[in-house]
Design a protein around this ligand. Structure first.
Ligand SMILES: NC(=O)c1ccc[n+]([C@@H]2O[C@H](COP(=O)([O-])OP(=O)(O)OC[C@H]3O[C@@H](n4cnc5c(N)ncnc54)[C@H](O)[C@@H]3O)[C@@H](O)[C@H]2O)c1
Length: 249
Protein backbone atom coordinates (compact mmCIF):
# COMPACT_ATOMS: atom_id res chain seq x y z
CA UNK A 1 0.00 0.00 0.00
CA UNK A 2 2.33 2.74 -1.27
CA UNK A 3 -0.27 5.52 -1.03
CA UNK A 4 -1.98 4.81 2.30
CA UNK A 5 -3.62 7.99 3.66
CA UNK A 6 -2.40 10.06 0.71
CA UNK A 7 -4.71 12.50 -1.04
CA UNK A 8 -4.37 12.78 -4.81
CA UNK A 9 -5.81 15.01 -7.51
CA UNK A 10 -5.79 13.70 -11.05
CA UNK A 11 -6.96 15.68 -14.08
CA UNK A 12 -8.49 14.02 -17.13
CA UNK A 13 -9.07 10.82 -15.18
CA UNK A 14 -12.49 9.92 -16.58
CA UNK A 15 -10.95 7.45 -19.03
CA UNK A 16 -7.71 6.24 -20.59
CA UNK A 17 -4.36 6.63 -18.87
CA UNK A 18 -5.74 8.91 -16.14
CA UNK A 19 -8.39 6.41 -15.14
CA UNK A 20 -5.81 3.61 -14.81
CA UNK A 21 -3.56 5.83 -12.67
CA UNK A 22 -6.55 6.71 -10.47
CA UNK A 23 -7.37 3.00 -10.08
CA UNK A 24 -3.77 2.30 -9.07
CA UNK A 25 -3.73 5.09 -6.51
CA UNK A 26 -7.03 4.07 -4.92
CA UNK A 27 -6.11 0.37 -4.91
CA UNK A 28 -2.96 1.29 -2.97
CA UNK A 29 -4.70 3.34 -0.30
CA UNK A 30 -5.10 6.88 -1.65
CA UNK A 31 -8.19 9.08 -1.63
CA UNK A 32 -8.52 10.47 -5.13
CA UNK A 33 -10.28 13.49 -6.61
CA UNK A 34 -10.75 13.09 -10.36
CA UNK A 35 -11.30 16.28 -12.37
CA UNK A 36 -12.52 16.00 -15.92
CA UNK A 37 -14.37 18.13 -18.46
CA UNK A 38 -16.59 15.14 -19.30
CA UNK A 39 -19.01 15.26 -16.37
CA UNK A 40 -20.97 12.10 -17.13
CA UNK A 41 -17.89 9.94 -17.65
CA UNK A 42 -16.06 11.25 -14.60
CA UNK A 43 -19.03 10.55 -12.33
CA UNK A 44 -19.43 7.02 -13.67
CA UNK A 45 -15.68 6.34 -13.48
CA UNK A 46 -15.39 7.58 -9.89
CA UNK A 47 -18.36 5.44 -8.88
CA UNK A 48 -16.89 2.34 -10.58
CA UNK A 49 -13.45 2.85 -9.02
CA UNK A 50 -14.90 3.31 -5.55
CA UNK A 51 -17.00 0.18 -6.00
CA UNK A 52 -14.07 -1.89 -7.28
CA UNK A 53 -11.32 -0.70 -4.92
CA UNK A 54 -13.15 0.67 -1.89
CA UNK A 55 -11.30 3.97 -1.41
CA UNK A 56 -12.87 7.42 -1.60
CA UNK A 57 -13.00 8.60 -5.24
CA UNK A 58 -14.57 11.99 -5.85
CA UNK A 59 -15.62 13.21 -9.32
CA UNK A 60 -15.23 16.90 -10.10
CA UNK A 61 -16.24 18.96 -13.13
CA UNK A 62 -13.03 20.57 -14.32
CA UNK A 63 -11.90 22.37 -17.43
CA UNK A 64 -8.14 22.79 -17.01
CA UNK A 65 -8.25 25.86 -19.25
CA UNK A 66 -10.15 27.69 -16.50
CA UNK A 67 -8.30 28.92 -13.44
CA UNK A 68 -11.61 29.30 -11.60
CA UNK A 69 -12.39 25.57 -12.07
CA UNK A 70 -8.92 24.57 -10.88
CA UNK A 71 -9.05 26.73 -7.75
CA UNK A 72 -12.48 25.38 -6.92
CA UNK A 73 -11.28 21.75 -7.31
CA UNK A 74 -8.25 22.36 -5.08
CA UNK A 75 -10.41 24.20 -2.54
CA UNK A 76 -12.98 21.36 -2.58
CA UNK A 77 -10.20 18.80 -2.03
CA UNK A 78 -8.83 20.76 0.94
CA UNK A 79 -12.30 21.07 2.48
CA UNK A 80 -12.97 17.34 2.12
CA UNK A 81 -9.54 15.84 2.87
CA UNK A 82 -7.42 18.65 4.41
CA UNK A 83 -4.34 18.07 2.26
CA UNK A 84 -3.02 17.45 -1.25
CA UNK A 85 -0.11 15.00 -1.44
CA UNK A 86 -0.23 14.23 -5.15
CA UNK A 87 -1.11 16.16 -8.29
CA UNK A 88 -1.20 14.24 -11.54
CA UNK A 89 -1.59 16.53 -14.57
CA UNK A 90 -2.96 14.09 -17.09
CA UNK A 91 -5.74 15.94 -18.99
CA UNK A 92 -4.83 16.48 -22.61
CA UNK A 93 -6.11 16.74 -26.16
CA UNK A 94 -4.50 15.69 -29.42
CA UNK A 95 -5.03 16.06 -33.15
CA UNK A 96 -2.82 15.95 -36.19
CA UNK A 97 -3.46 18.51 -38.92
CA UNK A 98 -0.50 19.17 -41.26
CA UNK A 99 1.74 21.92 -39.86
CA UNK A 100 0.77 24.41 -42.58
CA UNK A 101 -2.93 23.97 -41.83
CA UNK A 102 -2.98 24.47 -38.05
CA UNK A 103 -5.20 27.45 -37.33
CA UNK A 104 -4.60 30.06 -34.66
CA UNK A 105 -7.68 28.77 -32.81
CA UNK A 106 -6.36 25.17 -32.87
CA UNK A 107 -2.96 26.35 -31.64
CA UNK A 108 -4.50 28.33 -28.76
CA UNK A 109 -6.82 25.50 -27.71
CA UNK A 110 -3.94 22.99 -27.68
CA UNK A 111 -1.70 25.26 -25.61
CA UNK A 112 -4.50 26.20 -23.23
CA UNK A 113 -5.40 22.60 -22.38
CA UNK A 114 -2.03 20.84 -22.60
CA UNK A 115 0.35 23.52 -21.32
CA UNK A 116 -1.51 26.34 -19.56
CA UNK A 117 -3.64 23.74 -17.76
CA UNK A 118 -0.52 22.10 -16.32
CA UNK A 119 0.92 25.47 -15.30
CA UNK A 120 -2.28 26.58 -13.54
CA UNK A 121 -2.73 23.27 -11.70
CA UNK A 122 0.87 23.28 -10.45
CA UNK A 123 0.51 26.89 -9.32
CA UNK A 124 -2.73 26.09 -7.49
CA UNK A 125 -1.24 23.29 -5.33
CA UNK A 126 2.11 25.02 -4.75
CA UNK A 127 1.19 26.91 -1.57
CA UNK A 128 -0.36 23.78 -0.05
CA UNK A 129 2.59 21.53 -0.82
CA UNK A 130 5.06 24.19 0.35
CA UNK A 131 3.23 24.41 3.67
CA UNK A 132 3.10 20.61 3.99
CA UNK A 133 6.81 20.44 3.06
CA UNK A 134 5.89 17.41 1.01
CA UNK A 135 4.30 16.60 -2.30
CA UNK A 136 4.53 14.84 -5.61
CA UNK A 137 3.63 16.36 -8.96
CA UNK A 138 3.61 14.32 -12.15
CA UNK A 139 2.63 15.64 -15.58
CA UNK A 140 1.87 13.76 -18.76
CA UNK A 141 4.23 14.91 -21.51
CA UNK A 142 4.73 12.79 -24.62
CA UNK A 143 7.37 11.29 -26.88
CA UNK A 144 6.04 13.82 -29.40
CA UNK A 145 7.55 16.55 -27.21
CA UNK A 146 10.96 14.90 -27.63
CA UNK A 147 10.91 14.20 -31.36
CA UNK A 148 8.52 16.76 -32.88
CA UNK A 149 5.69 14.26 -33.37
CA UNK A 150 5.83 11.11 -35.52
CA UNK A 151 2.07 11.30 -35.92
CA UNK A 152 0.64 14.05 -33.68
CA UNK A 153 0.42 17.69 -34.79
CA UNK A 154 3.20 20.26 -34.34
CA UNK A 155 1.04 22.20 -31.85
CA UNK A 156 0.55 19.03 -29.74
CA UNK A 157 4.27 18.27 -29.86
CA UNK A 158 5.22 21.84 -28.90
CA UNK A 159 2.76 21.81 -25.99
CA UNK A 160 4.31 18.60 -24.66
CA UNK A 161 7.86 19.99 -25.06
CA UNK A 162 6.59 22.88 -22.96
CA UNK A 163 5.41 20.44 -20.28
CA UNK A 164 8.91 18.91 -20.15
CA UNK A 165 10.44 22.36 -19.58
CA UNK A 166 7.77 23.49 -17.10
CA UNK A 167 8.47 20.31 -15.11
CA UNK A 168 12.06 21.44 -14.62
CA UNK A 169 11.05 24.97 -13.62
CA UNK A 170 8.54 23.76 -10.99
CA UNK A 171 11.04 21.13 -9.80
CA UNK A 172 13.62 23.85 -9.14
CA UNK A 173 11.09 26.08 -7.38
CA UNK A 174 9.76 23.33 -5.09
CA UNK A 175 12.79 21.15 -4.34
CA UNK A 176 13.62 22.99 -1.14
CA UNK A 177 10.16 22.04 0.19
CA UNK A 178 10.70 18.30 -0.51
CA UNK A 179 8.21 18.46 -3.35
CA UNK A 180 9.25 16.50 -6.43
CA UNK A 181 8.03 17.38 -9.92
CA UNK A 182 8.45 14.95 -12.80
CA UNK A 183 6.91 14.06 -16.15
CA UNK A 184 6.30 10.98 -18.25
CA UNK A 185 6.83 10.88 -21.99
CA UNK A 186 4.77 7.97 -23.30
CA UNK A 187 5.04 6.76 -26.86
CA UNK A 188 1.80 5.50 -28.44
CA UNK A 189 -0.65 4.17 -25.85
CA UNK A 190 -3.71 2.17 -26.80
CA UNK A 191 -6.47 4.64 -25.77
CA UNK A 192 -9.21 6.66 -27.48
CA UNK A 193 -6.63 9.40 -28.10
CA UNK A 194 -4.50 7.10 -30.26
CA UNK A 195 -7.49 6.57 -32.55
CA UNK A 196 -7.40 10.31 -33.43
CA UNK A 197 -4.11 9.74 -35.31
CA UNK A 198 -3.98 8.63 -38.98
CA UNK A 199 -3.98 4.82 -39.25
CA UNK A 200 -0.86 4.66 -41.47
CA UNK A 201 1.11 6.66 -38.88
CA UNK A 202 -0.15 4.43 -36.08
CA UNK A 203 0.96 1.34 -38.01
CA UNK A 204 4.35 2.96 -38.70
CA UNK A 205 4.89 3.57 -34.99
CA UNK A 206 3.84 0.03 -34.07
CA UNK A 207 6.12 -1.67 -36.58
CA UNK A 208 9.08 0.63 -35.80
CA UNK A 209 8.77 0.04 -32.04
CA UNK A 210 11.51 -2.39 -30.88
CA UNK A 211 9.06 -3.99 -28.43
CA UNK A 212 6.62 -4.35 -31.36
CA UNK A 213 3.50 -3.20 -29.53
CA UNK A 214 1.66 -0.14 -28.30
CA UNK A 215 1.72 0.47 -24.57
CA UNK A 216 -1.47 -0.20 -22.68
CA UNK A 217 -2.57 2.11 -19.90
CA UNK A 218 -1.14 -0.15 -17.19
CA UNK A 219 2.36 0.28 -18.68
CA UNK A 220 2.07 4.03 -18.19
CA UNK A 221 0.36 3.82 -14.81
CA UNK A 222 3.14 1.56 -13.46
CA UNK A 223 5.73 4.24 -14.26
CA UNK A 224 3.47 7.00 -12.92
CA UNK A 225 2.90 5.22 -9.60
CA UNK A 226 6.64 4.71 -9.20
CA UNK A 227 7.36 8.43 -9.71
CA UNK A 228 4.55 9.32 -7.29
CA UNK A 229 5.79 6.91 -4.62
CA UNK A 230 8.36 7.38 -1.86
CA UNK A 231 10.77 5.15 -3.79
CA UNK A 232 11.26 8.06 -6.22
CA UNK A 233 11.98 10.65 -3.53
CA UNK A 234 15.37 11.61 -5.02
CA UNK A 235 14.08 12.00 -8.57
CA UNK A 236 12.95 15.47 -9.58
CA UNK A 237 12.86 17.55 -12.75
CA UNK A 238 13.08 14.45 -14.90
CA UNK A 239 10.99 13.18 -17.79
CA UNK A 240 10.82 9.41 -17.99
CA UNK A 241 10.43 7.87 -21.47
CA UNK A 242 7.95 4.98 -21.62
CA UNK A 243 7.84 4.10 -25.30
CA UNK A 244 8.94 0.52 -25.90
CA UNK A 245 12.24 1.80 -27.33
CA UNK A 246 10.61 3.75 -30.19
CA UNK A 247 12.70 6.76 -29.15
CA UNK A 248 15.92 6.28 -27.18
CA UNK A 249 17.51 9.43 -25.76
N1 LIG B 1 -2.60 7.86 -25.84
C1 LIG B 1 -1.37 8.16 -26.23
O1 LIG B 1 -0.86 7.58 -27.21
C2 LIG B 1 -0.56 9.19 -25.48
C3 LIG B 1 0.81 9.27 -25.75
C4 LIG B 1 1.58 10.23 -25.09
C5 LIG B 1 0.99 11.08 -24.17
N2 LIG B 1 -0.34 10.97 -23.90
C6 LIG B 1 -0.91 11.92 -22.93
O2 LIG B 1 -1.49 11.22 -21.84
C7 LIG B 1 -2.60 11.95 -21.33
C8 LIG B 1 -3.83 11.05 -21.31
O3 LIG B 1 -4.07 10.58 -22.61
P1 LIG B 1 -5.15 9.45 -22.99
O4 LIG B 1 -4.58 8.69 -24.10
O5 LIG B 1 -5.60 8.75 -21.77
O6 LIG B 1 -6.31 10.39 -23.59
P2 LIG B 1 -7.88 10.26 -23.58
O7 LIG B 1 -8.35 11.13 -24.68
O8 LIG B 1 -8.32 8.84 -23.54
O9 LIG B 1 -8.28 10.92 -22.16
C9 LIG B 1 -8.06 12.28 -21.91
C10 LIG B 1 -8.97 12.73 -20.78
O10 LIG B 1 -8.74 14.14 -20.58
C11 LIG B 1 -10.01 14.79 -20.48
N3 LIG B 1 -9.89 16.20 -20.88
C12 LIG B 1 -9.71 16.69 -22.15
N4 LIG B 1 -9.71 18.04 -22.13
C13 LIG B 1 -9.88 18.40 -20.83
C14 LIG B 1 -9.97 19.66 -20.18
N5 LIG B 1 -9.92 20.82 -20.85
N6 LIG B 1 -10.13 19.67 -18.84
C15 LIG B 1 -10.22 18.51 -18.14
N7 LIG B 1 -10.17 17.29 -18.69
C16 LIG B 1 -9.99 17.24 -20.03
C17 LIG B 1 -10.94 14.00 -21.40
O11 LIG B 1 -12.31 14.21 -21.10
C18 LIG B 1 -10.47 12.57 -21.12
O12 LIG B 1 -11.15 11.99 -20.03
C19 LIG B 1 -2.76 13.17 -22.25
O13 LIG B 1 -2.14 14.30 -21.66
C20 LIG B 1 -2.04 12.75 -23.50
O14 LIG B 1 -1.56 13.86 -24.25
C21 LIG B 1 -1.13 10.05 -24.54
Amino acid sequence: MRFKEKVAIITGGARGIGRTIAEGLVSEGASVVIGDVNVEDVSRTAHEIEKAFGGPTVPFKLDVKKKRDILSLVDGTMKEFGRVDILCNNAGICNSPPIDEITEEEWDEMMDVNLKGVFLCCQAVMPIMKKQKRGRILSMASMAGRVGGLAAGAHYSASKAGVICLTKSFARALATYSVTVNALAPGPVDTDMLQTLPSDRREFMRTECPLERFADTTDIAAAALFLLSDAARHITGTTLDVNGGLFMS
